[in-house]
Structure formats: structure tokens, C-alpha cells
Design a binder for this molecule. Structure first.
Ligand SMILES: [Zn+2]
Length: 261
């Protein structure tokens, strides 16, 4: 059976990759594979992230559960660095049919960028819907093969949301958004005006972005949607902020440069 061969091939190659990829010891990653990789098996090497991205993210979730949100943020930040470093010499999407050698598919796109896809989907859907979707996907495909479109269909069904754009941007498109943000305080309107530019050379990304405004000793949080190459957003605040932080929780794989007035 194809799934069986696929599974043992993934398992064999795993050991070679783990030595350099996983700092904290591979145990949670390998345990996660009992569900994702061994039970639900990618139906094709091009969908390897369904195994390795899941195991990488569930490893991070293990440490979030054990040590708290900061541990998850640290791991995702390290994962982002690996994705960006790899991208410098291999600027491909997770879906990379031109790369046919299975060993070369054991790369940060299938591991860390796959984990980031899940992390961002969790942010977009919220914890309850995201984990309900993951459980449904597992229950539906346990002992079977799945492709990315199967996972997407389950997440769409559970959330009631269309996710075609999200999966196109993060699975089929290389890179990530590189935001340049400039902002000014409009005292008459009591609004901050922010101008977002996506500077990456590739395609655009349509993402919700949390913003944290520093107002004296406190912070005000807002969430905005940024999808166009250039977007102007206005946010009403009681007073002028002294600083703006983009995505303070680290929920979007991105680059960001903020220029204040
Ligand atoms: Zn693995």
C-alpha cells in the first residue's frame, strides 16, 4: 500500500534531519507523528508539510502547554528565522513540485513554514475552531492518506469560512509579507493614520494584523486587515500614541519596518 511506503520513507529520512533541526530533543515532534505522519499520512511528497509541519507545530504547542505563550512565541520566532535563511537560497513555496528528491523536501518549508501555516490559521480561526478542525481532520483521515485540499476542506467546513486565498498564499506562493508601516496622529479626528505597504517582490498576502498602541503607561490593541499592496488604515484612539507595535503576539510570518512621525 502506498501509504505504508510513504510512512516508512518519511520515518527513515527523519533521523538525518532531526539532528540539526530540533534543538530541544525530538520527543514531542516524534510523538506528534503518531497522529500526523503515521496515522494520517500525506498522500503525496508534495504535501509533506501535513506530516512535518504538523509535527513541528505540535512540538511547539507542547512547550506552550508546558511553559506558556512566551515559549511558543520563541519557538515560532526561531522557526521564522529558519524559513527566511532557507528562502535566501531556495525561494520556493511549500508546494514545490519542481523539487522531486524526497530527501530535499525535508527542508524548512515543509517543517517550519508548514508549522507557521498552522499557527496563522489558528490565529485567524481562533483556538476553539482551529483545534476542533484539527480533531475533525484527524478523525476523518486516521489510517488514510490526505492532501492539503482535504485538510483545507475540513477546516472550511468546521469554521464556515472560505480559506482558498489563505492556502493559496501560504501553501502555493513563496515568501511572506514584508510590511513597511508609517503612521501619524490626526489630532483633529483623534485617529492614527497608518499606511501599510507590502514590499515583497512576490504575491500579496491578506492577513489580519494586531496593532498595539502605547498610550502613556497602557497599551490599546486593535486588529486590522491588510490585503492590498498599499493600504491606509485609520484607528480611533483617545489620545496620541507614543509608539505602535505591529503583531506584538507574533502571529504572522512577516518582516516589518515601522517609521513613526
Ligand atoms: Zn518529523
Amino acid at each position: 500500500m502506498g501509504g505504508m511506503e510513504n510512512s516508512s520513507a518519511i520515518f527513515y529520512a527523519e533521523g538525518q534531519f532531526q539532528r540539526e533541526a530540533v534543538e530541544e530533543g525530538p520527543m514531542p515532534h516524534e510523538i506528534a507523528h503518531q497522529w500526523f505522519g503515521d496515522s494520517v499520512t500525506p498522500g503525496d511528497w508534495d504535501h509533506l508539510w501535513l506530516s512535518e509541519g504538523f509535527a513541528t507545530y505540535f512540538d511547539a504547542l507542547f512547550y506552550e502547554h508546558l511553559e506558556g505563550a512566551e515559549a511558543l512565541r520563541r519557538r515560532m520566532s526561531a522557526a521564522a528565522e529558519r524559513v527566511k535563511k532557507f528562502h535566501a537560497t531556495h525561494p520556493a513555496a511549500i508546494l514545490d513540485p519542481a523539487l522531486t528528491d524526497p530527501h530535499q523536501k525535508l527542508n524548512p518549508l515543509n517543517y517550519e513554514k508548514g508549522a507557521w501555516l498552522l499557527h496563522m490559521l489558528r490565529k485567524i480561526l481562533g483556538d476553539e475552531t482551529f483545534f476542533a478542525g484539527i480533531r475533525s481532520y484527524y478523525n476523518l483521515y486516521a489510517g488514510r492518506n490526505a492532501l492539503t485540499e482535504d485538510f483545507r476542506a475540513v477546516m472550511e467546513s468546521v469554521s464556515g469560512r472560505r480559506l482558498a486565498t489563505f492556502f493559496h498564499q501560504w501553501f502555493e506562493q513563496p515568501g511572506w509579507p514584508e510590511y513597511r508601516v508609517s503612521w501619524r496622529w490626526d489630532a483633529a479626528a483623534k485617529e492614527v493614520e497608518l499606511e501599510f505597504t507590502q514590499q515583497q517582490t512576490g504575491g500579496l498576502f491578506e492577513m489580519p494584523l494586531d496593532l498595539a498602541f502605547t498610550l502613556g503607561q497602557r497599551r490599546e490593541l486593535r486588529t486590522v486587515e491588510v490585503s492590498a499592496r498599499t493600504a491606509t488604515v485609520r484607528v480611533a484612539l483617545p489620545e496620541a500614541p507614543s509608539a505602535v507595535e505591529i503583531d506584538p503576539g507574533g502571529w504572522v510570518l512577516k518582516g516589518v519596518a515601522v517609521s513613526s512621525p
